[in-house]
Write a protein that binds this ligand. Structure first.
Ligand SMILES: Cc1ncc(COP(=O)(O)O)c(C=O)c1O
Length: 373
């Protein structure tokens, strides 16, 4: 790619990153009001599907040890982490591109799509951190409603593609609904979509329940991109480490849309990721605690007659219709924040799963809220 083209691409990428950043910053403002000192000062935060058990001791130690090398650029560690991710996922470093969280890479794919002047097809509701950037870059988006059971409607998504569709984004398990599509349906979907265009599959939550991943297909399919993150089961959301897996040719194309050569996570964060990447005990602990905490919420919802969707993630989507008060208000009165709406004119909300103690408090607050005047 020529220098002038690279500069143009970088401008695209920078615009996309800036917009994604704005979106997260706005969310942050809402959750931490000015009169609250410090992030967790008595507040139970269940808004952004963060892992309440992280970072792992293995990650913490690795990050502390790495502080001393912060005076050096991070190129070697980037290679080391890509090699480790390649080993973990059955690929090589050439199948891996690292970002400051997978959000950065969703932005990069969006910029690449804008450059190709096409449209994006995606579900509604889904994880749309990339959408404001797509809009500002003049990229039309076709949003396809979920099925009545709030699953991604794979048939309708396929049918929504046209000759100008340059990207189909699929979040599986889907955020905010927590639903997954069966493996055989996904495999057929990958085949159909990638015969026509690029399919970006966001697999941020597959690890929680070993949900079907399509990452094994990337080496043989240049039109498939899989996004993954260290923010969820690995508990490192604030450290900002994410990656995409793709065919080496596709990785090269995407790399050209990174804002600059040393974009992506810091040396310290990557050392943290290297510390935790093989810490199976931590991930198993996180998964087991998530199940325990989630079942407390399910039981509470059952007791209260609140309908919810079985979730394969670290959050639950539920219908507030039968509850007599505003659930966000009831929770807020108990210093619990995070029941968020993702659909216009809908009674459904999403709540992240915290610790067992936190979910016990949520249920107690909701039960007390029914009777309190
Ligand atoms: C589906 C999905 N993809 C990506 C992300 C972003 O993760 P990261 O922290 O790696 O940017 C999130 C964060 O909540 C998410 O829910």
């Amino acid at each position: 790619m020529e220098r002038r083209q690279l500069i143009k691409n970088s401008a695209f990428a920078v615009a996309a990153f800036a917009l994604s950043k704005d979106l997260f910053a706005k969310q942050g403002e809402r959750y931490f009001s000015k009169n609250v000192e410090g992030p967790n000062n008595g507040i139970i935060k269940l808004s952004s599907n963060e892992n309440p058990h992280g970072p792992a001791e293995s990650a913490k130690k690795a990050m502390i040890d790495a502080v001393i090398i912060s005076n050096r650029y991070q190129f070697d560690i980037n290679t080391e982490l890509r090699e480790a991710i390649g080993k973990l996922t059955g690929h090589t470093k050439d199948n891996v591109l690292l970002g400051a969280g997978s959000s950065e890479l969703l932005g990069v794919v969006t910029s690449w799509t804008a450059y190709k002047k096409g449209n994006i097809v995606a579900s509604e509701p889904t994880f749309k951190v990339w959408l404001p950037a797509a809009r500002k870059l003049g990229l039309p988006t076709k949003l396809v409603p979920l099925t009545s059971s709030k699953h991604n409607d794979l048939n309708a998504l396929g049918n929504a593609m046209d000759a100008d569709t340059k990207l189909l984004y699929l979040c599986n398990p889907n955020n905010p609904t927590g639903t997954v599509s069966p493996k055989s349906d996904l495999e057929a979907f990958v085949k159909t979509v990638t015969s026509k265009t690029i399919l970006l599959m966001d697999e941020a939550y597959t690890d929680y329940y070993d949900s079907p991943s399509m990452s094994h297909l990337v080496s043989s399919n240049p039109n498939l991109i899989i996004a993954k993150t260290f923010s969820k089961t690995y508990g490192m959301a604030g450290a900002r480490v994410g990656y995409v897996l793709a065919h080496p040719d596709t990785i090269k194309e995407l790399s050209a849309f990174m804002a600059w050569a040393n974009a992506g996570p810091s040396a310290v964060s990557m050392r943290g990721a290297l510390g935790v990447i093989n810490d199976k005990a931590f991930v198993e602990y996180v998964k087991a605690e998530n199940i325990k905490a989630k079942s407390i919420l399910y039981k509470g919802f059952n007791d209260l007659g609140i309908k919810y969707i079985e979730s394969f993630t670290s959050f639950v989507y539920f219908d507030t219709k039968t509850y007599p008060k505003s659930i966000p208000d009831v929770l807020k009165a108990n210093n619990i924040i995070g029941a968020r709406s993702f659909e216009d004119n809908s009674t459904w909300l999403r709540l992240s799963i915290g610790t067992v103690q936190e979910m016990t408090k949520v249920v107690e607050a909701l039960k007390a809220g029914v009777t309190k005047a």
